[in-house]
Design a protein. Structure first.
Length: 468
RNA sequence: GCCCCCAUCGUCUAGUGGCCUAGGACACCACCCUUUCAAGGUGGCGGCACGGGUUCGAAUCCCGUUGGGGGUGCCA
């Protein structure tokens, strides 16, 4: 693979952020279409929490959204922690080139001096003190005079006055490299040509660009993507928002829907909003990416998901629902689940699901020994005396039904309702609440057919007995 | 505080000086369909933040204001 080299550099935190997923998708689209490479680098230098399984979690999350480690465009994962020697070497190269110097002031020293002088930030006090390395000595970058222009493919040229950028720390007092240094050195050694990342990194980009230059390289192509924000217009974060991609997967969102929705945040597919990945991959251009933050709208995501669920064949739908139908926290015990019954009802529940997890809740009454009675529904329905009468009469009528099919059950109840001056819409409520416990649900007569004569009548009689 | 980014319906956006009476999607509302609820269909509500310029002509270009966000660590 000789084309441009892209990368994502997540830190292993135990979950994969949806914002990171969007960034990954943009990188992936470009790497694939341009015949380039998508590099995965795990920034695991925050030693404390950094477990091997977190890395696998990232790989799994990427695979879920279609970024497969087996694809020839995929490279990695690399681990930042394994490149510590390179980071230090680069730091030394900067010292040798006069681009960095040691400083023995602690954070407290800096603060005290600033307080005394009424300043803010580090004022380059140790620039010319000729200090060498030593315990507690940090290495600082000597920010040159002038200005730095970041050429950003999304935002255009952004100019920063170097005088406003303090001599930032490269190496800590204990000699370990800081993130900014490690990040740049890794990008350089992995020959990254395009850095696409969230806008939050834009302010630090001049520092990185100065390092690239000081280290004798040309800066990569930068592209800062609009942030994903919540309803408060703040960037979505783990503390406040539902940001874990895995959570959406577990709640029954289809990866295709998630991918499609994520792609529309900051970019607009040509033609229809809903469209396959291949088409978006073919059309995606950084130049078309928007500049303003995008609200991560759960409602719209849900709409996309419903759309994708409905586009499934019935068999695909039924198969996709299985994990939730058989889950330990399903509303009914797994051993009561009946594949055939579910399959028969599947076409009717498919358009009623926003997530795959919804299916279990829609058909639960079929697999529960007894329906869970919703008190409000019961009271509302049987508060009317004719409803009670309809229930009683429909029991008699159903006992006499010859073919236990949806059509005959419907015709029968229609007749019963008519006898009480009720239209079907009203009359069916009695049977629905008696059998399913609720006033809403999938088409009733189809459900009764699937449930069977014995169980249906048993439930209707039980309801009648309760009413008596 | 300072620096940077951003600004079209509630939301995601189309729009790159005349094609805009500002288009679409989600949400919302109404109606239709209907066996409840969905789905589907039809219609509706709703926006260029404000003020100055530039121009024959500005949602589109420039400046300012306001508002929002991000950054500014011996965090990543």
């Amino acid at each position: 693979m000789t084309g441009p080299r892209f990368r994502i550099a997540p830190s292993p935190t135990g979950y994969f952020h949806v914002g990171g997923a969007r960034t990954a998708l943009f990188n992936w689209a470009l790497a694939r279409r341009l015949g380039g490479t998508f590099v995965l680098r795990i920034e695991d230098t925050d030693i404390e929490r950094s477990q091997p399984e977190w890395t696998q979690g990232i790989i799994d999350a990427l695979a879920w959204i279609g970024i497969s480690a087996d694809d020839p465009h995929f490279e990695g994962p690399y681990f930042q922690s394994e490149y510590a020697a390179e980071h230090i070497a680069a730091a030394q190269q900067l010292v040798a080139g006069g681009h960095a110097y040691y400083c023995d002031m602690t954070a407290a020293d800096v603060e005290a001096r600033n307080k005394a002088e009424g300043n803010q930030g580090y004022q380059g006090w140790s620039r010319d003190r000729g200090l060498g390395p030593g315990p507690g000595h940090v290495l600082r970058f000597r920010v040159p005079a002038g200005s730095t222009i970041v050429h950003d493919l999304v935002r255009g040229d952004v100019e920063f006055d170097n005088a406003l950028i303090e001599d930032f720390v490269l190496l800590r007092g204990n000699g370990s490299p800081m993130f900014l240094l490690a990040n740049v050195v890794d990008d350089m050694s992995m020959r990254i040509t395009h850095v696409l990342r969230a806008e939050e990194h834009l302010s630090n980009t001049p520092k990185q660009q100065m390092m690239w230059l000081a280290l004798g390289h040309e800066a990569p192509v930068w592209a800062h993507l609009p942030l994903l924000v919540n309803e408060q217009r703040k960037k979505i974060s783990k503390r406040r928002d539902k940001v874990a991609l895995e959570q959406y997967r577990d709640e029954g969102y289809l990866p295709e829907a998630m991918v499609n929705y994520l792609m529309t945040l900051g970019w607009t597919p040509k033609g229809d909003e809903i469209q396959p990945w291949a088409q978006m991959e073919g059309d995606f251009l950084l130049e078309d990416v928007n500049h303003s933050p995008a609200f991560f709208d759960l409602k719209k995501l849900a709409a996309f998901n419903g759309e994708y669920i409905r586009a499934l064949t019935v068999d695909q739908f039924a198969a996709a629902c299985r994990p939730w139908l058989l889950a330990a926290d399903a509303p009914f015990p797994a051993d009561r689940f009946d594949e055939q019954m579910f399959l028969a009802m599947a076409p009717h529940i498919q358009p009623r699901c926003v997530t795959l997890a919804d299916a279990a809740g829609v058909v639960d009454f079929l697999f529960l020994p007894d329906p869970v009675i919703d008190e409000a529904a019961w009271a509302k329905t049987f508060g009317a005396t004719e409803s009670v009468a309809v229930l009683r009469d429909s029991i008699v009528a159903y006992e006499a039904v010859v073919d236990w099919t949806a059509e005959s059950l419907k015709a029968s109840l229609e007749a019963t309702g008519e006898a009480h001056g009720l239209k079907l819409g009203k009359a069916q409520a009695s049977v629905r609440v008696a059998v399913t416990g609720r006033t809403v649900g999938p088409p009733l007569f189809e459900a009764l057919e699937v449930l069977g004569r014995a169980e249906t009548l048993r439930r209707m009689r039980a309801a009648e007995a309760t009413l008596a």
